[in-house]
Every structure is written in C-alpha cells, then in structure tokens.
Design a protein around this ligand. Structure first.
Ligand SMILES: Cc1ncc(COP(=O)(O)OP(=O)(O)O)c(N)n1
Ligand SMILES: Cc1ncsc1CCOP(=O)(O)O
Ligand SMILES: [Mg+2]
Length: 546
C-alpha cells in the first residue's frame, strides 16, 4: 500500500456538500495538510464566519477527568466548538474504572451520521473505540463524510490499568484507521502495543517507534514520553515522515494527570480546526496541557491516585496576577527598555527611578540587564521593579538570571546563545513565564521556537558600544531572521530615535518592536527619551496600519 498518497478521508465524494474549497483541494493529491489548511482558511475568510469544529468520538468518563468530558472542556478552553459521538459509558472515578457499558455499534453509526451530515465538522478526534465494529463504523462514516483532519488517540488501557478496548481493535487500527489518520498520539504503552509489544525505554526507542508507526499509515506520529523512566522533563517525539522533533516540556509534579492524553489530542484537533499547521498544533497542545497541570497541581478532587485537572483555569481570574492571566502578548515588544547599571550610575539614576521613567515615557516591556550587580542587590532591585511594573501592567523580564527571575517572580527571562538553553529554562520556569532568546540566524530562530521560546531578540542590528564584541547583523540579517521565525521578533543594537523607523520598515510582520539600552538609559532624562522614541514608533505603526 502506498501510504504517502493523499489520506483517503480527504477525497470528497461526488456531490459532497462540505464546502467548495475542501472539495477542490482534496482533488489535488499532492497537497499536504498545511497547504490544504491554508487554502481552506483563506476561502472561509471570504465567506461566512467560520466556527472551528471538532467532533470527538470517545467514551464518557463519569468522573469527567478524561474521555468525552475532557475533550469538551479542552475544545471550549481553546475556543473551538465540540460535538460528541459517545462510544461507551464508563463508571469511573479517581480510583479506577468500575464499569463499562458499550453503546451499540449501529447507534454509534447513527450519532456519526447525525453530526457529520449536518454540522460542518473540520476535524475528528478519536478516543475510546471499544470494538473493531466501532472502528469499522467510524472509518465508513469518514469515507462518506470527509473532514479536514483525523486525530487518533489510540486509547486501549486506562491510566488505572483497566482495559478499555478489545484487543481485536488493533487490526482495525493498523488496517483501516491509522492509514486515514493525520496524526496518531500513542503513549509508550500504546506505541508498544501498536508495534506488537516492543520495549520502549529511551528517547532513541521512541524515535524508532515513531518511525515504525509511521509505516502503518498516519501522516504524523507523536510518541508521548510522559512515562519514560528517569526523565526529568516531559519528552515527546514528533515524526512527520521526514523529520524528527524532540518536544521538551516541564514535568509538573502532581497526582492530577487523569485525562492528559485525551486533552492533548483534543487540543491538537482544536488547533488544526483553527487552521494551524500540524507541528504548531502539537506544540500549542503540549503547552496547554503543561499549563493546566501547573495550575491544577494542588487541586484535590477524589481520594484515588489519579485526580482530574482543571481545563478551564483561564476563567479563574482571581487566582493569578494580571500579566499571567493575559499571557504573552507580542505587541508588548513595541518599545522594549533594557536597563544598564553602569549607565544609571553615570547619570545618578536608581534602577527603580529609571524603570519608572521608562514606563511613564511609554516603554511596553522592561528587561533588567544588570551585568555588574551582585546577586543580593540585583534581587532587591528586581523585587522593587516587579512591583512598579505590575502596578503599571507592564511585563518585567530578567536578563540571563533564571534564579533571580524565579526569586522575584518576574514575568520571564531573556537568554542568549551562551546562556541557559531555552528548553532547560522552560523546564525550570514552567509554561507560563515569558522566555526571549537572542538569535542572529534562521537556524537559531527555528531552534528557539522548537524549544519553547516566546520571542526572539535579533541583533545587533547596528553597531553598539553597549555590548562588547557583538557581531552586527544589519537590516538584512534582521529581515532574514524575521522571515525564518515562527515567533515574534524584537530588534536590538544601536537603535534610537534616528534609525528606529528604518528598522520597523524592513517589511516583516512579525517584527514587533525595538529593544533599546543606551538611547533611553545613557541619557539625562529617561522619560523624555522614551517618549521621543515612542512617538517615532507610533508614527511608523500608524503608517503601516494605513
Ligand atoms: C531583547 C534582547 N535581545 C537580545 C539581548 C541580548 O542577550 P544576550 O545575547 O544574552 O546578551 P546579553 O544581553 O546577556 O549581554 C537582550 N539582552 N535583550
Ligand atoms: C544587549 C545587546 N544585544 C545585542 S546588541 C545589545 C546592546 C544594545 O544596546 P544599545 O541599545 O545601547 O545599542
Ligand atoms: Mg545573556
């Protein structure tokens, strides 16, 4: 069988009513998911408002930690409509699964027909498919009613060890469902089962497993390493048939992990429904799960070993400070003020007065870059600056020092190529803190994104005396990095009132602002200089909008 050909569920039958573009793109066998998605999204923008829609085909969990209930909450949290086809009803809690009642196969078929024939589903996500009959019914429905993507979470055994599917479904997975899947997301046990019981104990084993599972037909494979022994961080292996990506995240210490697999797959489906490319969908999903686990780590529901977590943490507005609640906003990079202890000393400014003046002049984010300060003094100053920044709703990042950022509860850090690696910083800081990384090349930009950075600082754009021996990349180098970067970029190095316009006009939509040291802080009046620069940037932004 030629598994590289277009996924059969995308081949729209004659007279199919889903939408003009989908029919059209699915007739071009060489189009990949990314291209098809882009076309579909473009088309949707010209017609009616598009409501991203995921259909989950899964079992009900009475404890609401996993299954259909987790899928509904995950999609809701990501702003995506979720319809449901229930394959089984389980009596389940934090202790385990007490009972399973299967929904008859013809009634699963009826639910599928009800939803798929009427409701413009973009992505189908599967969870508990308890029998080979249900797998067959599903595959048949997907051929009759094609959707944009199929996400298969090959649920076979619950986290408590209870069997959720008849072993005969393995044949259905291998022969019918996986060849139709855009992505399959097995954990280590499931990957091993799909491959006939091979032992998976290392990241290298996970890579081999991902490659072998790919030969079963899915376009992409995500082998989840959450159960990997002796691993400090959560490593997943993503394989798209050509390239491997090692996705690292922080391992959250909590008992509340019931439903993480269902949630991850649903989040991937939700992001695909919004039009994301596959790898980005996986990364967003992974980040969402980490964040939810982090917020829910101390939640106490049930007396068993595996508690549920809170998918809707974003609704709990009173618990977290305002910046975390709002999340990283790329437009915060607009006027990025980076402090320098030497300059402040020269002009007789304390760090707090300098930061306050910059904010009042219009700085939209502050970085404390105090290369000469001792740790204790730096921490004291940082705490005072956190208070000032928080009271103005301006994020505060710490240069280089992850320890100081944690100790003063800053909003994040900025690291360079020889500082703490981004994936380690992410592991230490957790999913919510902002991480910026300095990049001079497209390769560094790609790595920054893959490791979980939020933005890139690119420079020195122009020569500078603030940072010794710093290679200048120029406007061309800046543009090359911006075009390669999947995350927002801020330009740095020798930038001030006289040349900020030339920087912002290079023509890169992900260039969000300028980061400046001496043009703000090596001056007598920080407030006035910041205001002047703010006026220039506002002027450029207004022209770009026109
Ligand atoms: C916004 C921003 N971009 C780049 C840098 C430079 O960071 P790094 O390369 O680590 O150099 P130092 O600042 O540590 O000397 C930055 N600080 N901020
Ligand atoms: C920290 C840093 N990283 C690249 S250039 C630079 C210094 C920027 O300082 P200035 O704005 O004074 O040129
Ligand atoms: Mg550094």
């Amino acid at each position: 069988m030629n598994y590289s050909s277009i996924n059969p569920i995308h081949a729209a039958p004659e007279g199919f009513q889903f939408g003009r573009v989908w029919n059209c793109s699915s007739q071009i066998p060489s189009l990949n998911y990314r291209t098809r998605t882009f076309m579909a999204v473009q088309e949707d923008m010209t017609s009616k408002p598009r409501i991203p829609h995921v259909l989950t085909v899964a079992g009900s969990d009475s404890g609401a930690g996993a299954g259909i209930q987790a899928d509904l909450k995950a999609c809701a949290a990501l702003g995506v409509y979720c319809s449901t086809v229930i394959t089984a009803v389980t009596a389940q809690n934090t202790i385990g699964v007490q009972g399973v009642n299967l929904v008859p196969e013809d009634f699963v078929a009826e639910q599928l027909r009800s939803v798929l024939s009427d409701m413009q589903v973009h992505v189908v996500k599967t969870g508990m498919l308890p029998s080979i009959g249900v797998v067959e019914v599903l595959c048949h429905s997907l051929k009759e009613f094609p959707v944009r993507a199929l996400v298969v979470d090959p649920v076979m055994v619950s986290t408590s060890g209870d069997i959720l599917a008849d072993p005969s479904i393995l044949a259905g997975f291998r022969e019918e469902l996986l060849p139709m899947a855009d992505i399959v997301t097995p954990n280590l046990k499931e990957a091993s089962t799909l491959l006939g019981g091979v032992r998976l104990q290392t990241v290298a084993d996970m890579r081999s497993a991902a490659k072998l599972i790919h030969t079963l037909g899915p376009r992409n494979v995500l082998v989840k390493g959450g159960d990997l022994p002796d691993s400090l961080d959560a490593v997943d292996i993503f394989f798209d048939g050509e390239n491997f990506h090692e996705l690292r995240g922080s391992r959250v210490k909590t008992r509340n992990t019931h439903g993480t697999g269902c949630t991850l797959a649903s989040c991937i489906a939700a992001e695909l429904a919004k039009g994301s490319p596959m790898l980005l969908a996986v990364q967003v999903a992974k980040r969402f799960v980490e964040t939810a686990l982090d917020y829910s780590k101390d939640m106490a529901i049930g007396s068993g070993p595996q508690g549920p977590f809170d998918h809707l943490f974003k609704l709990k507005s009173n618990v977290y400070n305002s910046y975390r609640r709002r999340g990283f906003n790329p437009s915060d990079l607009f006027l990025y003020a980076v402090t320098d202890s030497g300059m402040n000393k020269k002009w007789g400014h304390s760090i707090t007065t300098a930061v306050k003046a910059a904010i009042e002049g219009g700085a939209t984010i502050i970085q404390l870059r105090e290369k000469d300060a001792g740790t204790r003094d730096f921490l004291e100053a940082a705490k005072a600056c956190v208070e000032i920044c928080r009271s103005h709703g301006v994020p505060l990042l710490i240069n280089d020092r992850i320890d100081v950022a944690l100790a003063c509860d800053a909003d994040g850090v900025h690291v360079g190529q020889s500082d703490m690696p981004v994936h380690v910083a992410r592991m230490i800081l957790g999913p919510e803190k902002v991480i910026g990384v300095s990049c001079k090349t497209p390769e560094q930009a790609e790595k920054a994104w893959a490791e979980g950075a939020d933005y890139i600082g690119c420079g020195g754009v122009f020569p500078t005396t603030t940072k010794a021996n710093n290679l200048t990349v120029g406007l061309d180098g800046l543009k090359t990095v911006c075009l390669a970067s999947k995350i927002p970029v801020v330009a740095i190095g020798g930038i001030g009132v006289a040349n900020a316009r030339s920087v912002m006009e290079i023509g890169a939509s992900n260039l969000k602002g300028v980061a400046v040291v001496s043009a703000l802080f090596d001056r007598e009046c920080v407030f006035t200089e910041t205001r002047k620069l703010h006026a220039v940037l506002t002027d450029v932004a207004a022209l770009v909008v026109k």
